[in-house]
Design a protein around this ligand. Structure first.
Ligand SMILES: *Cc1c(COP(=O)(O)O)cnc(C)c1O
Length: 380
């Protein structure tokens, strides 16, 4: 177990109201009969699995998606009884755990069914049928059936083993739903329709939409959406496409100056002595570093202090970084790494742009050492 840094001023502040509002805004746009399942994989994109799940549920989410079986088990241990779909292929040996806990898993090959069937058979007298959802690979190239023949064979196998498998859903995932050019997206939609037609009957859940699909291709939705990044108030397209309603970012990252000093022309800062002051400067030290998920590639980026942008100078260390202050500030002064300070806003998108990645990655990278503090209504 990783140590959580509760005795250090660095923390992520999660606004439950923002998550609640984002979920409600989306539900308002859905067709009647279409459910929102909250995607809470990877510790809810760094925002905290259980708190986010409970907030999303209070706002109207009727199910959850996670990446791995352990995350699904954590939801069950927190007494969340809604439908759960694991999005990644699970090991056949773990299928009895999924069955016993009413957790649905994806199937993308006949071979997986054939390997899993004898494992379920051994424990059949004590297990309900395993809930499965067929994953169709329509162009994402990750998991799923790719041909109508494969789907038919798998559907036959399931039909022949109703005591072990219950086919409750079918779904696909788009590779380019967050882009303005819809050519590839439309090819995937066509492929989905063709593959879907290979099933003798449509199961209970038919779904294709991540956040981007639901925001910009609502007509495709089916009867469930898998609502992820937009729930956290982040635009899945970066800034390329405008969302249909304003998304409220839920996460801020804050710390404090723990050490402040004046340096003089010619003095150096940090490993490799890569930064050299060219005049008298105030330098502050902030207790966050790459071991917290504030990566070395953020060297040269900035933080906010007292509503002002302060550049990160020198290399980011494992646990600390140094910033250039416009004037002397006392230790204990607030530092904002993501969020608002005075009239300035520094977003996860800004951080992602600077480090040539996507906001998803920055949020997920925040380590357990950074405690999550929750504000806004509690739904415990
Ligand atoms: C992560 C994931 C989602 C959610 O995607 P967002 O872009 O965060 O909305 C939906 N479906 C699948 C299969 C995923 O892996």
């Amino acid at each position: 177990m990783t140590t959580v840094g509760n005795l250090r001023p660095t923390k992520a502040i999660i606004d439950r109201q923002a998550i609640y509002d984002n979920v409600q805004q989306e539900i308002k746009r859905l067709d009647k009969g279409t459910e929102l399942w909250a995607v809470v994989k990877a510790n809810a994109y760094g925002h905290g699995l259980i708190q986010v799940a409970k907030t999303a549920k209070a706002a109207g989410a009727t199910g959850f998606c996670v990446a791995i079986l352990d995350e699904a088990m954590s939801l069950r241990e927190a007494h969340l009884v809604e439908p759960i779909l694991v999005l990644g292929i699970i090991a056949p040996q773990t299928a009895p755990i999924a069955a016993a806990n009413n957790i649905a898993v994806p199937v993308g090959s006949l071979e997986w069914l054939q390997r899993t069937e004898p494992i379920l058979e051994r424990q059949a007298h004590q297990l309900p049928p395993l809930r499965i959802q067929f994953a169709l690979d329509t162009g994402m190239g990750r998991i799923g059936f790719r041909t109508t023949d494969e789907i038919k064979a798998a559907a036959d196998f399931v039909a022949a083993h109703p005591e072990y498998f219950s086919l409750e859903g079918v779904w696909t995932h788009f590779a380019t739903a967050d882009e303005a050019d819809t050519t590839y997206f439309n090819q995937q939609v066509a492929a989905f329709k063709e593959l879907l037609a290979a099933l003798p009957e449509q199961p209970r859940y038919v779904h294709v939409s991540n956040s981007a699909t639901s925001l910009w291709h609502q007509a495709c939705n089916g009867n469930v959406i898998r609502f992820g990044v937009a729930m956290y108030g982040l635009n899945p397209s970066g800034g390329a496409l405008e969302p249909p309603y304003p998304l409220e970012p839920a996460l801020s990252l804050v710390s404090q100056l723990v050490f402040v000093k004046q340096v003089h022309a010619g003095d150096h800062i940090g490993y490799g002595a890569t930064y050299e002051a060219d005049d008298d400067q105030w330098i502050g030290t902030v207790p966050i570093g790459y071991a917290d998920g504030w990566l070395r590639r953020l060297q040269g980026f900035y933080v906010l202090v007292d509503g002002q942008k302060c550049p990160i100078v020198g290399r980011i260390c494992m646990d600390q970084l140094m910033v250039r202050l416009p004037k002397e500030y006392v230790p204990g002064t607030d530092v904002v790494l993501v969020g608002k300070s005075g009239s300035q806003t520094l977003s996860l998108q800004d951080v992602a742009d600077y480090s040539h990645t996507i906001h998803y990655e920055i949020a997920c990278d925040l380590q357990e050492r950074v405690p999550r503090h929750y504000v806004g209504p509690s739904f415990d």
